[in-house]
Design a binder for this molecule. Structure first.
Ligand SMILES: [Zn+2]
Length: 858
């Protein structure tokens, strides 16, 4: 059976052979003896291995659980790789000079051999318990959160007391005596997911970004080899701490500690799956090994107070604190995806000072930034500052809506669960795919469109769904998960399997998720193409839109499950509003058009000022200016409108037969007195409008359009708000000294203004924000904002700084109530809450902020 996997004795023979072949690189030490008398061994790997303990180190443990063979196999293959490439690969060579690897290929040799030879799904070690049952789960036998269980036959029985087992004692002794360890990986199977350590407080932690990034960077290495992506499940922890696990013990000692669950089966087909898992993890581990030094005392310290200084529709300015040092610079990373890597792919720039401006961004888009300090001389890098999330602001003609899936229309329907399907709505997670007991399962998500105006023109849309568990998707490279927009009248009942299975799709949205990309703990988003945006737009008139996610509908012979689980944020298994499916829509509305006639039309020459619009050169060759102004108070109320486009439209009454080089410019000007030649001549130019017109244009075009560019539109916008007069001058130019050449412009000069109804200013911010404790939760309450324009309140929590805007933290609430509970907040951790009020644009008010202090009574 599974001949390719090495036996424990073969493994020991291999390790001692490697030690003999590479005496300067590898040292094998015995760290304990198992119940059945086997040696537990650890490989020290470093250049000049006798100095290994004086360098920062990576700790690797494999096959703590007997049936999870990948850890053992990967360790042996990794050691072989390091030995073969130590002088070939300069990155590896540098890491081996700077750092050390401590590798325990198999921490549970007794269990492993039992699993190999007799009972492949054995998990524990092979100790005899006091009542005659066999085995302790070693990953429940460490001390942090240890729970003494009665049932010794349980698969997760954690032993009589912490460290009752030789295997865990060996680890404790080693780790307690090696404070040079900075990163620890514990390799398990299965699920293709990273489980970084956390404090089980459901809150962001300072080193959370470090662990997420390390995993994401490993994901980039996997992608190069197999195209696979693992989940990173830290953002939303399980409800309870895993008692007595190794990861928690290492983390508690200040080590970055990560469990890696590899593969989709405990003991996979070696050739088909295991080899791929090993091949993808070798470069990933090599990359992680290179990070070991960056978490040691040799590394620069972490950047503090990394935050958003300002933002607009197309740029973001970031700022932070760091002592001024000539040997330090900063690397800035950006992504639009959740839990993305921070490497060359996402590095957007470097900075020497404590700020960075990032421009040319898309409007109304979520960006995630982080930063690390780098020492110029050593190349060592600091840990990461906690990720900062920012949403760029809207363009003048834009609005956005974040629409959460509605409760009654969101759930899943199973082929064999017809009776229960109704109960799968609004209070369970979504199961999508197929398994033996439920049959085919589809999920349905409905969104109310009543907050969108009927004339909305959708410019972009994204659909976000949070994958919470992929452990039941057990087959590698099988199936894909598709999001479809359902035709509204092609089904009558969302809770009926046949109706949903047979509902007509208007089209699938964005990219399907292939099984190799199924993750958990990382938000998935589907981006709508412009065609798909049009399909979505057609649904606005129905007041609601329904989507279906479906997965594979058949199983290969001998397989029993290919099922994915997504969160809906409702019910006891839901993670609350923060994890609800979201439709993020950016839209504009149809423009209104208004034509404003000029209030004044005059011609200003040295000789006189006359009515009517002319421009050119007089008989002496002196300039004749055309002057026109517009009363902007004729435009709709600036408080609730935005000008989107503007152009001056004029027409010439005369034209010239003989060619000259005269060209005509329109300038937006500031003049004291438009009836004085000197004032016009010495006018203050604010902007040029559009491009100049040549005399040839006067012959060929019926109208001359001078289109306002962005800067002149901004100037116009300010004048509109201040109720000022728009003053324009038509200025002729000639390089040949022309005389006696005057264009007469038609008196029907017009300002063609396109605008939309859009509020400019937010409603007032909330007052009297208070904190209390109720039902073991933190409760926030505030006074109602009395304003018809109020659409709701948005509440966020940030563990590190006061939220700068509504995306700057964890979303707690969005809606019209004047209170909310933070279901997942810890009473023991300091944090900040911000409440924003918003209107239908939405414009967000300045935040009302309150700090939660664990030492205070509420
Ligand atoms: Zn395990």
């Amino acid at each position: 059976m599974k001949k390719q996997y090495m036996s424990y004795q073969e493994s020991l023979d291999f390790l001692y052979m490697m030690e003999k072949t590479y005496p300067n690189l590898i040292e094998i030490i015995k760290i304990g003896t198992t119940f059945e008398g086997r040696d537990i061994v650890l490989a020290k790997i470093s250049k000049n291995v006798e100095t290994a303990d004086s360098k920062p180190a990576l700790l690797y443990t494999g096959s703590v659980h007997a049936r999870e063979w990948i850890g053992h196999e990967l360790a042996l293959k990794f050691i072989e790789y390091v030995a073969d490439n130590q002088t070939v690969d300069p990155e590896l060579e540098k890491s081996l000079n700077d750092s050390t690897i401590y590798m325990v290929p198999c921490l549970n040799p007794d269990g492993y051999e039992y699993s190999r030879k007799h009972f492949s799904f054995w998990r524990k070690n092979r100790r005899k318990n006091h009542d005659g049952t066999i085995g302790v789960d070693l990953n429940r036998n460490f001390s942090i959160g240890f729970v003494k269980q009665k049932d010794t036959s349980s698969n997760v029985y954690g032993g009589e007391e912490p460290f009752s087992e030789a295997e865990t004692r060996a680890m404790k002794d080693f780790v307690d005596n090696h404070d040079n360890i900075t990163i620890a990986f514990d390799y398990h199977s299965q699920g293709n997911v990273f489980f970084p350590a956390h404090k089980f407080m459901h809150e962001a932690e300072m080193d959370g970004t470090d662990m997420n990034v390390l995993c994401a960077n490993m994901n980039d290495e996997f992608a190069k080899v197999t195209g696979r992506k693992y989940g990173i499940h830290r953002g939303k922890p399980p409800a309870h701490l895993i008692s007595g696990s190794g990861r928690e013990y290492y983390y508690n000692k200040g080590i970055i500690a990560i469990v890696v669950e590899v593969g989709t089966k405990n003991i996979p087909d070696y050739m088909k799956s295991m080899s791929g898992s090993i091949n993808e993890n070798i470069p990933a581990l090599k990359m992680a090994f290179g990070e070991v030094i960056n978490y040691s005392s040799h590394a620069p310290k972490r950047v503090e107070d990394f935050t958003i200084d300002s933002r607009d529709a197309n740029s973001v300015k970031l700022a932070w604190k760091y002592e001024k040092r000539d040997d330090i610079f900063f690397e800035i990373y950006r992504s639009t995806n959740d839990k993305d890597a921070c490497n060359e792919r996402t590095k957007i720039g470097i900075a020497g000072d404590n700020f960075f401006e990032n421009s040319d961004l898309a409007s109304s888009t979520n960006y995630h930034y982080t930063i690390r300090a780098v020492n110029k001389n050593t190349g060592y890098k600091s840990p990461f500052a906690p990720i900062v999330k920012v949403r760029t602001w809207l363009e003048d003609d834009e609005f956005f809506k974040l629409i959460f899936a509605n409760k009654s229309g969101t759930g899943y329907v199973g082929q064999y669960t017809q009776e229960q399907n109704r109960s799968h709505f609004g209070l369970n997670s979504l199961f999508v795919g197929i398994n033996k007991s439920r049959g085919i399962c589809n999920s349905v998500m409905s969104f109310d469109f009543d907050s969108l105006p009927e004339n909305a023109i959708i410019k972009s849309a994204k659909f976000y769904l949070y994958p919470m568990n992929r452990v039941a998707a057990k087959i590698e490279k099988f199936g894909e998960w598709n999001l479809s927009l359902l035709e509204a009248n092609s089904f009558s009942e969302v809770t009926d399997f046949d109706e949903i299975e047979n509902a007509k799709s208007k089209g699938t949205i964005g990219q399907a998720i292939k099984s190799s990309q199924l993750t958990q703990g990382i938000w998935n988003n589907w981006k709508f193409s412009s065609h798909e945006c049009k399909l979505l737009q057609e649904e606005i008139k129905n007041g609601t839109v329904t989507f279906r996610v479906d997965g594979p509908k058949t199983l290969p012979d001998g397989e029993d499950s290919q099922m994915m689980q997504f969160d809906i944020g409702y019910g006891q298994f839901g993670g609350g509003i923060h994890y609800r499916p979201i439709l993020d829509i950016k839209y504009t509305v149809e423009n209104e058009k208004i034509k404003l006639p000029a209030s004044t039309l005059s011609t200003i020459s040295k000789a006189n000022i006359e009515n009517g619009l002319k421009s050119g050169f007089d008989k002496d060759g002196d300039r004749v200016y055309g002057y026109l102004d517009f009363d902007l108070s004729q435009l709709p109320n600036p408080e609730s409108t935005m000008i989107t486009q503007c152009a001056l439209r004029i027409r010439n009454n005369n034209k010239f037969k003989k060619k000259s080089d005269v060209r005509y410019y329109v300038e937006l000007v500031e003049v004291d007195d438009a009836r004085k030649y000197e004032d016009i001549k010495n006018r203050e130019q604010i902007e040029y409008i559009g491009y100049e017109v040549a005399e040839s244009d006067l012959n060929t075009k019926e109208y001359q359009y001078f289109k306002f560019d962005t800067l002149s539109k901004i100037a116009l916008d300010e004048m509109h708000q201040e109720g000022r007069t728009l003053k324009l001058v038509i200025k002729p130019t000639s390089s040949l000294g022309i005389k006696n050449r005057i264009v007469e412009w038609n008196s029907k000069a017009e300002l063609v203004v396109k605008y939309i109804e859009k509020r400019r200013k937010p409603v007032a911010r909330v007052e009297n924000l208070t904190l209390s404790k109720e039902n073991k939760m933190i409760k926030l309450s505030w006074d109602k904002v009395e304003d018809d324009a109020l659409s709701g309140y948005y509440v966020v929590r940030n563990s590190f700084h006061t939220p700068k805007h509504f995306m700057d933290g964890v979303k707690i609430y969005g809606g019209k109530d004047t209170y909310t509970y933070d279901n997942f907040a810890s009473f023991d951790k300091e944090k900040y809450y911000a409440v924003f009020s918003y209107d239908n644009v939405p414009n967000f008010s300045k935040p009302s902020i309150i700090k939660y202090n664990p030492l205070e009574k509420y």
